[in-house]
Design a binder for this molecule. Structure first.
Ligand code: COA
Length: 532
């Protein structure tokens, strides 16, 4: 074993400062999470309960095996938009009858559970996760369908929801719909496209058009029950495979359906693993409040991998990027972690080689971000930094082993891409509250804008407005800073959630387990042309 040593001093002032800064940020994130948990607020929740209904998260809790974790995804979806935080939908991974499933649950207390543009993005992301990792999908349905005022944003792309359900089914990934209430118009295709359908007596309303619409269209008089009730669908139309007398019965039946799926994981659970040799609590005191100060990612690795056991790859070469092999909850991982922010040519080539090795060995990759991007300047351009950065991006883009990304600190510029940012399809991507991501740092961006404006004025022979420039720089800096923050980016679904650093090992363990439901097979070739 090669157990990492630690230079962290948990009794020192530096540690205390960093920890305090991280805890303050965690409090801010917790306040936003609380908004998602509150859903539509007390008034709508009370009305919902008065109707004898369970809240979305209570339905999930009854569905899951007792005392098993639920890895909630994208809880901050819609943050900073006109819509409620959480986007009227709960998604996540949980265990039902021993089977890891992707679960979605409409939150009917938020505008009738109607889907707005962020709900759609969140639902499509959940489907993507289910597809890539071969996780059965269980949809807990009760929704007013499309959020009508924003229909232009969702009607056309929203068709992908139903396309995904049938593509999952075609790929042999089971889909189960449990209908607790309204599931009308387009929403009727959620049960319509699912492999297994359960409906709740006197509650489910599954029809293409409700009574008023039918009256308008054909003049026919009808009622909810005869058009789309559970009893009608169970006895007459055959859309419901299972008739449930109430909500707990529906959830019990959903568990029985999952128990009979015969869904098998491609790779067995590796069994118990040794915890890290260092306390996970100390992950709070590693990232500096000012991201310009570098930190050693081995302090993080030592607190997340099994036994803190890490075999570095090329430790003396390209030292701004730490690479090496470890296990996490028993699963093998190759880790790439930024050590001093900037990626030079050597780091890029080392990364490209390391990624190819992981593919040859079928080992998932973990990217720990703290990068300001690839090095700029005459010396580096002449040394071929574009070619070398391109090698790393080529390797990341064409790698076929599962990738997990965690944004710990900075994740700027093309460094975000090379380290498997969102556009490079990591299976999961999480951010710590300390993370920041943008095309470049706020000061740098404001400075570049100012230099460009100054040059433009000079070219036109105009005097430069220095006061205006200072004001603009301040505004731009503030704007870019706000747009770099994890809560903002999470709101736009650019990650799968903002996590407490102390939960990193647990979250990654859950992800690795989910990932191993599908076969883990690296690329044995199939990379683009590596420019030498
Ligand atoms: N788009 C936008 N807002 C919607 C909505 C939708 N599809 N469905 C419901 N809402 C809003 C309501 O206007 C109401 O807003 P308010 O509280 O500010 O008045 C809030 O959500 C709660 O709706 P309410 O009707 O009071 O809740 P309910 O639980 O009694 O009924 C529904 C829920 C979904 C059955 C009912 O609202 C409904 O039929 N909505 C329209 C469904 C539809 O036809 N959708 C189009 C499908 S493509």
């Amino acid at each position: 074993m090669t157990v990492l040593t630690s230079a962290l001093d948990p009794s020192g002032t530096e540690y205390a400062e960093r920890r305090a800064a991280m805890l303050a940020k965690l409090d801010e994130v917790a306040a936003e999470h609380a908004k998602a948990l509150a859903g539509g607020g007390e008034k709508y929740l009370a009305r919902h309960r008065k109707r004898g209904k369970l809240a979305a998260r209570e339905r999930i809790e009854l569905l899951l095996d007792p005392d098993t974790p639920f890895l909630e995804l994208s809880p901050l979806a819609g943050w900073g938009s006109d819509y409620a935080v959480g986007a009227s939908l709960v998604t996540g991974i949980g265990v039902i009858e021993g089977v890891e499933c992707l679960i979605t649950a409409n939150d009917p207390t938020v505008r009738g559970g109607a889907s707005n543009p962020w709900t759609l993005k969140k639902a499509l992301r959940a489907n993507e996760i289910a597809y890539a990792n071969r996780l059965p999908v269980v949809s807990l349905v009760e929704s007013g369908g499309a959020d009508l005022p924003s229909q232009k944003e969702i009607f056309i792309p929203g068709g992908a929801l139903f396309r995904d359900l049938t593509r999952l089914s075609a790929a042999g990934i089971p889909t189960v719909a449990v209908v607790f209430g309204n599931s009308t118009a387009g929403g009727a295709y959620v049960p319509g496209m699912s492999d297994h359908v359960i409906m709740v007596k006197e509650r489910a309303k599954v029809f293409l058009g409700g009574p008023p619409l039918v009256k308008m269209a054909t003049g026919e008089e009808s009622d909810d029950e005869s058009l789309g009730g559970a009893e009608m669908h169970a006895r007459t139309s055959g859309l419901a495979d299972h008739f449930a007398v109430d909500e707990p019965d529906a959830l019990r039946q959903a568990r029985r359906v999952v128990a009979r799926l015969n869904h098998r994981k491609a790779h067995p659970d590796p069994g118990p693993a040794a915890p890290p040799a260092y306390d996970e609590e100390e992950l709070l005191g590693i990232v500096p409040g000012d991201l310009k100060t570098p930190f050693d990612p081995r302090e993080v690795i030592a607190r997340i991998v099994d036994g803190s056991d890490f075999d570095a790859f090329k430790p003396l070469y390209g030292t701004s990027l730490t690479t090496g092999w470890a296990r996490l909850h028993g699963y093998p991982v190759g880790i790439l972690a930024n050590a001093r922010g900037v990626l030079f040519s050597a780091e890029s080539q080392k990364a490209a080689q390391f990624i190819q090795l992981a593919n040859q060995r079928d080992i998932p990759l973990l990217f720990l971000h703290n990068t300001t991007g690839y090095m700029v300047g005459k010396e580096y351009e002449q040394g071929g930094i574009i070619k070398h950065g391109a090698m790393m991006i080529n390797a990341v883009a064409n790698s076929r082993v599962p990738h997990l990304s965690v944004l710990m600190g900075a994740s700027y510029g093309a460094g975000h891409y090379g380290m498997c940012g969102r556009a490079y399809d990591p299976r999961f991507l999480f951010a710590w509250p300390s993370a920041k991501s943008a095309v470049m740092g706020p000061q740098q961006l404001a400075g570049v804008l100012s230099l460009v404006a100054r040059a433009s004025a000079a070219a036109k022979g105009q005097p430069y407005d220095e006061d205006g420039d200072a004001a603009l720089r301040a505004v731009v800096e503030q704007q870019i800073e706000a747009e770099s923050l994890p809560v903002f980016l999470s709101g736009r679904l650019y990650d799968d959630g903002v996590i407490d650093p102390r939960d990193t090992r647990t979250v990654l363990g859950l992800c690795l387990s989910a990932v191993h439901t599908a076969p883990v097979e690296g690329a044995r070739g199939g990379f683009g042309v590596f420019r030498m």
